[in-house]
Design a protein around this ligand. Structure first.
Ligand code: NAD
Length: 365
């Protein structure tokens, strides 16, 4: 994982760093904000070059969760857990060590008394969260669809589809994706489900993954395999980054041949300034933290707000509305979609901070 500088302000409610008492592994939990509701965010197990990189990533990701939830008015705040796999330490967590770690994290989360709900993320699954649920009720994303897909994966893909529909309407006057060409990069849980949804709409999909073994899954889905080398610069209507973040640099933007970027990866832009590069290149970018909000929306709908699957799915329409508004305001104001999306989230957060007319703190849910 590349080294990152702390681009965000240190405006978190708090964070903790603990050594798991069973696993001995370092665990970082950051709570950025509980202003709009309990902090919700995934548990990431990933390789980092240094503990500092892991801490910075956890702080950034937890802040991103606050903005994501605020932008789509999900009634939750932002938090994150990172378990760094560091040089010299274990590089895979399986069997007893994994179970020990999951119980360690569950215990730490439980001690936070519901201020933070832990959910799946890169390196963890809904099965892991189910195991943690034995230890604490403060978990999210443990539900699955009738065919066994994790609720967050399902919701994220469905939300990206909504963001794509809004982007298509903005660019081509119709939300329909029939006949549109889409390149999906990263054929994991979200990439696969998104591909199925796009094919069902009649889009033409090419997909790729760093893992060549994913080729057969791509072809079985009905999409066409694309080689990863050069995939970002393929000529296409929409590029859908569904692997890891940080892929879009100023340099890459100069070589892109797509009209739009809409995907699930978190922190897609290597730096915020890349948003300006995209605007100048006339490439429409659906801000990642809005486009990929469907997972937390769908799962928290089911698990926190006790909605039915159909009602939870319906909530995801707000991703389409928010994306449409962001792209429209961005075009009208000649500013980046990132700036507009940040402003949208900040307005929601500021409104929640405003003193309530009767002098009480506003409700947090
Ligand atoms: P996943 O681990 O199931 O899939 C990621 C896929 O990307 C894997 O198949 C992996 O081999 C591939 N990959 C990794 N590095 C790559 C690279 N450099 N180039 C091409 N492919 C690469 O993860 P997922 O759940 O499908 O999530 C995908 C992205 O969406 C992640 O960035 C994740 O943070 C983000 N996201 C996921 C959710 C969710 O609920 N699942 C929610 C919000 C955001």
């Amino acid at each position: 994982m590349p080294s990152r500088t702390l681009e965000t302000t240190l405006d978190h409610e708090g964070f903790l760093v603990r050594q798991g008492r069973r696993s001995g592994l370092p665990v970082i939990i950051a709570i950025h904000s509980t202003r709009l509701g309990p902090a919700v965010g995934g548990m990431r197990i990933a390789r980092y070059d240094s503990p500092a990189d892991a801490l910075v990533d956890c702080l950034r990701l937890s802040r991103g969760m606050t903005y994501k939830a605020a932008a789509v008015r999900n009634g939750t705040g932002g938090g994150k857990t990172v378990v760094p796999l560091l040089p010299g330490g274990p590089q895979r967590l399986d069997g007893q060590l994994r179970e020990a770690l999951l119980l360690d994290v569950a215990e730490l989360v439980h001690d936070l008394n519901g201020a933070y709900y832990v959910a799946p993320d890169v390196g963890t699954s809904s099965a892991d969260i189910q195991l943690m649920r034995r230890r604490t009720p403060y978990v999210g994303g443990y539900s699955a669809t009738a065919d066994g897909l994790g609720a967050t994966t399902f919701g994220t893909a469905a939300g990206v589809e909504h963001a794509m529909n809004a982007t298509a309407a903005h660019l081509w006057g119709t939300p329909q994706l029939r006949g549109r060409d889409v390149v999906v990069i990263g054929f994991g849980g979200v990439g696969h489900e998104l591909t199925k949804r796009l094919l069902a709409q009649g889009a033409h999909v090419r997909a790729t993954d760093i893992d060549p073994k994913r080729r057969s899954a791509v072809e079985t889905s009905g999409a066409q395999w694309a080689e990863l080398d050069g995939a970002y610069t393929l000529q296409t209507d929409i590029l859908a980054p569904c692997a890891l973040g940080g892929a879009f640099t100023s340099e890459l933007v100069g070589s892109l041949r797509c009209r739009a970027i809409v995907g699930s990866a978190n922190n897609q832009l290597a730096h915020d300034t890349v948003a300006q590069d995209l605007t100048q290149a006339r490439i429409t970018w659906a801000p990642d933290f809005v486009a990929n909000a469907g997972g937390v929306m769908y799962a928290s709908g089911l698990e926190l707000h006790q909605l039915t699957p159909a009602q939870s799915l319906q909530r995801l329409a707000s991703i389409e509305e928010a994306t449409a508004r962001i792209l429209e305001d961005s075009a009208n104001e000649a500013t980046t979609s990132l700036a507009v999306a940040n402003r949208l989230a900040e307005n929601v957060l500021t409104a929640a901070r405003a003193p309530h007319p009767n002098g009480n703190t506003p409700s947090t849910t």
